[in-house]
Design a protein around this ligand. Structure first.
Ligand code: PEP
Ligand code: MG
Length: 763
């Protein structure tokens, strides 16, 4: 069965369009199951019906004409029930609906399986037979498996089909709307610029070249470099390589001479395609031909071709991979927007980011919040290659993207942008005030820095220092570990800019989703693997240099706090402190008296909740990292859009965990703060202050809003409200109660989603 399934998936993947993909599926399923009929009905979001899209067995004229509402017929029944429906005689079922044009009258046995992706019913696949009998258990299991496998393929084919339509369609609001997750709030209207990291061939956009001669040269250079690389690998590893691996490298070298691949790429360039697009077109074409073959060996050669294509792509001059031009309102779109892609865009031109991967606490979402631009994440079927240059609206509040908006939609959004701007002006006008609640309690509002190479903001006077400086970016920007002097200079700069306000610099937190190109870590489960302090303790030579640079930078300033990430054992704190003592002793012996920085820990894994008191005894401060804490407490990968709706820092377990940690820190008189994205969320900030956290660190753009909110509330009321929330059972109850609390205190406009609600009510 696996073989049949595999070959169906392969055939469908290489189908030129959705219609032929559907045709292949019904033909192959009917013959594999020996059924008399197989049909697919796909959900049409425009009118909410299920349309007969393909069939072998029904009359051809019915295809594209029969459509059923969700409450109509057996198809609607299958979609509604979201389970297999296996019926001996369909015509006697109360939900059966007869269409004279279908020719369905001679079929009795009916098996309908919903096609579901991420909980959404994309359509229904049906097998029917003339005999009055149920399908066997094996047959049901087979069709369920086919359906589950095909859901992704259908979704992909649909998005490709839809992208073709995009090219011609003027605008169609409901069809051109893509739904993802909100990564950062805000609205932007601009032009799509598709970017891609050095990986995937399939995400390269359709672009033409202005100068084929230059592109041909770029291709030749990339091929030469790829050849050099492969030869070097072969030479270096030859004694260690197994015969098959050696043969693969040799096959790659042969392919680099191939006319079908390289010759075809040259021809595509000569016909006017941009070098990377030409590479994609010719390599994918050959790979698809092989992928459709029955023979396993040949199929595997298909993936080798794609692999070689990727290698050449990585060697194309960086200039060839970069978009040629960034328009004034650039909407950066890609599989994943990495910091290095982001820094290519002149800051005054970047309006928003949209990406296929990731979720709300991914680092690219945090990055967007830092820059104060909207972000939409996790649109898995984004038709990347067709989007370049399109007009796009990014709605970071709802996590939606509108392609080629119509005039009315655009006007509505322009109005929203104006409302947003006047609110921001109001918030900025009060940002210099200290953060003090109505009853006089002070809250420190600090800034998170470090992402996207952002070292120091131009304006710092309205902040209370730095609550989190992520040092990873400094390391990620280099091609080797930064030297002690390079690190010293960065840390010194930041300490000086904020002096005398405190600056909390976190030691290296690589691993998880933060890789270093020169220190690759390949792990099955990176978030549960070698991360943060675990790496630093295993590599004291790196840790030592970082602590040395940090402490040296603090000389004469004395505003340094050091935080240690991913602490899950008391021993890690002890060892880190011990190394820090050694470093300081060394500095003292060399330079004389030296200030001792405050050294604290990040509380971000569940162990820290239960051992917080012990940790707080040893550390000078505790900084709660709610991004990871939420991820580990709820067992939800913060980057995985599939489970993103489960990721929520207002979850009762997260609130209770924070309440307990704060209480433990208070018992030990150890200062406690929060530096995850939760601190910059208006609803969460109120709860945190109510739970006793008087120091919040967040992306700089979030500070004015949070300051405004806290300055208009009474701290005792926040405490009372938080205690009430600790009694609630669900995330949604906590969210609704906290919204109601803000509204009751005349703060409705400060709730992020209220902008849209007010607008909808007026419109
Ligand atoms: C956190 O986990 O909350 C945090 C601030 O660290 P990072 O997002 O860098 O993992
Ligand atoms: Mg963290």
């Amino acid at each position: 069965m696996l073989k049949i399934l595999h070959s169906i998936v392969q055939e469908v993947s290489s189908a030129p369009n959705l219609d032929s993909a559907m045709r292949i599926i019904v033909e192959r399923v009917r013959s594999s199951m020996a059924a008399d009929l197989c049909s697919i009905y796909l959900f049409n979001p425009i009118d909410g019906s299920y349309l007969l899209t393909a069939s072998t067995g029904l009359k051809p004229e019915a295809i594209g004409h029969i459509s059923l509402k969700p409450d109509e017929g057996l198809i609607g029944y299958v979609a509604e029930e979201k389970r297999p429906i296996n019926i001996t005689n369909a015509q006697q079922h109360q939900r059966f609906r007869f269409f004279p044009q279908s020719g369905e009258e001679s079929f009795h046995g009916f098996l309908g399986i919903p096609i579901i992706q991420h909980g959404q019913v994309l359509g229904v696949i049906v097998a029917q037979q003339k005999a009055k009998r149920e399908f066997s258990e094996d047959e049901v299991a087979f069709l369920v498996t086919v359906s589950a496998q095909l859901a992704g393929v259908i979704a992909h084919a649909k998005s490709t089909q839809f992208s073709h339509q995009l090219k011609s369609r003027k605008s169609n609001t409901s069809l051109n709307q893509l739904h993802g997750l909100s990564g950062a709030p805000g609205i932007a209207i601009g032009k799509a610029v598709v970017v891609y990291p050095s990986l995937g061939l399939d995400t390269i956009p359709d672009r033409r070249t202005a100068n084929p001669a230059i592109d041909l040269q770029l291709l030749e250079m990339a091929i030469q470099n790829t050849r050099r690389d492969i030869e070097a690998k072969l030479h270096q590893l030859e004694p260690l390589l197994r015969k098959e691996t050696q043969a693969l490298f040799e096959a790659y070298l042969a392919m680099l001479e191939s006319d079908t691949l390289i010759g075809a790429t040259r021809q595509e360039i000569e016909s006017g395609l941009w070098v990377a697009t030409a590479l994609r077109v010719s390599f994918s074409k050959q790979a698809n031909i092989l992928a459709g073959m029955d023979d396993l060996y040949l199929r595997q050669r298909g993936s080798d071709i794609l692999d070689l294509g990727r290698q050449i792509l990585n060697h194309l001059e960086p200039g060839a991979r970069k978009p040629l031009h960034y328009p004034s309102q650039t909407i950066l779109i890609g599989e994943e927007i990495t910091p290095s892609l982001l820094v290519e865009v002149p800051p005054n031109k970047l309006a928003a980011i949209v990406q296929c991967r990731g979720a709300v606490a991914s680092h690219s979402a945090i990055l967007a919040q830092t820059l104060g631009i909207p972000a939409v994440m996790g649109i898995s079927n984004l038709p990347l290659r067709y989007l370049d240059g399109l007009e796009v609206i990014v709605d970071g509040y709802r996590g939606q993207v509108q392609l080629k908006p119509d005039r009315l939609t655009k006007q509505n959004y322009q109005q929203l942008i104006r409302t947003e701007e006047s609110l921001q002006n109001l918030l900025n006008s009060a940002r210099q005030k200290p953060c003090r609640t109505l009853d006089g309690a002070t809250v420190q509002l600090q800034v998170n820095l470090g992402l996207a190479g952002q070292m120091a903001p131009a304006e710092t006077s309205f902040t209370d220092g730095v609550g989190l400086f992520r040092t990873e970016t400094l390391f990620q920007q280099m091609e080797r570990f930064p030297s002690e002097q390079e690190q010293y200079q960065s840390y010194r700069d930041i300490l000086q800019v904020f002096h005398p306000k405190p600056v909390c610099i976190r030691t290296l937190d690589i691993g998880g989703d933060k890789p270093l190109s020169y220190f690759p870590i390949a792990e099955e489960n990176p978030f549960l693997g070698w991360r943060g302090i675990r790496i630093s303790l295993d590599h004291p030579e790196v840790f030592h240099v970082q602590l040395h640079a940090l402490m040296r930078a603090n000389l004469g300033l004395d505003n340094l706090h050091i935080s240690i990430p991913m602490i899950s054992q008391l021993a890690e704190i002890n060892q880190a402190l011990c190394i820090a003592d050694q470093v300081r002793d060394e500095l003292i012996s060399r330079y004389g008296e030296f200030p001792a920085p405050q050294i604290g820990i990040m509380a971000e894994v569940p162990a820290a909740i239960f051992q917080c008191r012990q940790y707080a005894k040893r550390a000078d401060f505790v900084s709660i990292g709610t991004n990871d804490l939420t991820q580990y407490l709820l067992a939800v990968d913060r980057n995985n859009s599939r489970v993103a709706k489960l990721y929520d820092h207002l979850h009762p377990a997260v609130l209770t965990a924070i309440a307990n940690m704060v209480a433990d820190c208070q018992l030990e008189n150890t200062p406690v703060s929060v530096c995850g994205e939760m601190a910059g969320d208006p609803l969460a900030a109120v709860l945190l202050v109510g739970l006793g956290v008087h120091s919040l660190s967040m992306p700089i753009m979030r500070i004015p809003r949070i300051k405004w909110i806290l300055n208009h509330l009474d701290s005792r009321a926040m405490v009372e409200h938080s205690q009430l929330c600790l009694e609630l059972d669900t995330t949604s109850a906590i969210r609704e109660q906290t919204k109601a609390f803000l509204i009751a205190n005349d703060l409705r406009p400060m709730i992020e989603s209220s902008l849209l609600e007010t607008h909808a009510a007026q419109g």
